[in-house]
Design a protein around this ligand. Structure first.
Ligand SMILES: [Fe+2]
Ligand SMILES: [Fe+2]
Length: 193
């Protein structure tokens, strides 16, 4: 059965103690919700896939994207959700290929969200609300910045989508800005800018 958002969040917290990893889950969740709306798809479903994509990472780092199948099958989660979650590790930790649009977007925005998070934390505002595309592009080009976030994966994902790079970056920023509080990226800005 398809879990409610609350059930999925409870499960994530059960498996993930790290505050930054929980926050990463929420960031990918809100970005996936945003892209679902733009594609006339179900934001709850896409959001839950985003929220749970790194579910097995903290407890089973060596079986990332593998163990998650067992955890979710036990709970009767839909196959579509399990397949999508596994596929974000394609070529890195599993051989489940991103096939649907949802899967390709997840694969592409996962690392990008990490770069945006790092960029926000460096800002005086500590916020995504005043982050501009131009500033993100500069950080993206600097391979030493957030070096753990693999640009090659993003480029590879982009080549399978209809978005160009600027567009994808702007839409990802938009998704985080729309739910800055939930994404933990409101920083010290009180009102939306
Ligand atoms: Fe992952
Ligand atoms: Fe991730």
């Amino acid at each position: 059965m398809t879990p409610t958002r609350q059930e999925a969040e409870k499960l994530l917290y059960e498996y993930t103690e790290s505050e930054s990893l929980r926050q990463h889950g929420h960031q990918v969740e809100v970005v996936m919700e945003h892209f679902a709306k733009l594609n006339n798809e179900d934001p709850d479903f896409w959001g839950t896939v985003g929220l749970l994509h790194d579910l097995d990472y903290e407890k089973y780092p060596d079986q990332h994207c593998i163990k998650v199948r067992e955890i979710l099958e036990e709970r009767d989660y839909p196959e579509e959700m399990i397949h999508a979650i596994q596929s974000h590790g394609y070529g890195m930790c599993c051989d489940v290929k991103p096939e649907s649009k949802m899967e390709k977007i997840l694969y592409t925005i996962d690392e990008l969200t990490g770069i945006i998070n790092a960029a926000c934390l460096l800002r005086p505002s500590k916020s995504v609300l005043d982050l501009k595309l131009k500033s993100l592009k500069k950080k993206y080009k600097d391979k030493k910045f957030a070096g753990g976030c693999d640009r090659e994966i993003i480029e590879n994902g982009l080549s399978q989508l209809d978005y160009d790079k600027d567009e994808l970056m702007q839409l990802t920023i938009d998704g985080l800005q729309a739910q800055a509080e939930r994404a933990g990226l409101k920083g010290n800005i009180d009102q939306d800018v």
